[in-house]
Design a protein around this ligand. Structure first.
Ligand SMILES: [Zn+2]
Length: 179
């Protein structure tokens, strides 16, 4: 079977990182068969772990412009997982395609929309090559419907404002556009 790219995407608080960690755990890989990456820009909570909002974590490597994936991949590598996929740069996409062809599976989680509801970073491109996609939803803070938007509660125009419930709340499309 050809290698798979599985994508968990949705708004903030939709359980993306939790789904990513569950996906990894269910495979029961040996530690040398798995590489977990997160982008250098996500400094939330811990620098060497991916962390969910409810406190689950998994050890990982920081991926930045200087990192050569070729140097961390070994003949044992079976799966590469990456969190906050929207923040990875375009050159990483070439690596994903390259190593999929070499039989290494990928699993990623990320925000598909930024705080203005626009396609976010690398996500649209990852969606075009993903073999499995899971659209996760949160619960709208206002009406309780399925939420797929991350509403920013403060007036700050920085695109990469990383944070939790102090900055963001999940909203459905109607509440996102009308409140
Ligand atoms: Zn709503």
């Amino acid at each position: 079977m050809a290698a798979q790219l599985t994508l968990y995407y949705g708004c903030m608080f939709s359980g993306k990182t939790t789904a990513l960690i569950q996906h990894i755990s269910a495979l029961n890989l040996k530690s040398n068969e798995l590489i977990v990456l997160k982008p250098a820009s996500d400094n939330r909570v811990s620098s060497s772990h991916i962390t969910t909002h409810d406190g689950k974590k998994h050890a990982c490597l920081i991926h930045d412009a200087n990192m050569d994936l070729n140097e961390v991949i070994t003949p044992y590598t079976k799966l590469i997982a990456f969190d906050e996929a929207q923040f990875f740069d375009k050159t990483f996409l070439f690596d994903v395609k390259k190593y999929l062809l070499k039989g290494i599976d990928f699993v990623a989680s990320g925000l598909d929309k930024d705080y203005l509801g626009r396609p976010f970073g690398l996500m649209p491109m990852l969606k075009t090559i993903a073999t499995n996609q899971h659209h996760l939803k949160a619960k709208c803070e206002h009406c309780g419907s399925d939420a797929e938007f991350s509403y920013r509660k403060l007036d700050n125009k920085v695109l990469m404002l990383v944070g939790g419930k102090e900055y963001y709340e999940p909203r459905c499309q109607e509440c996102f556009n009308n409140i």
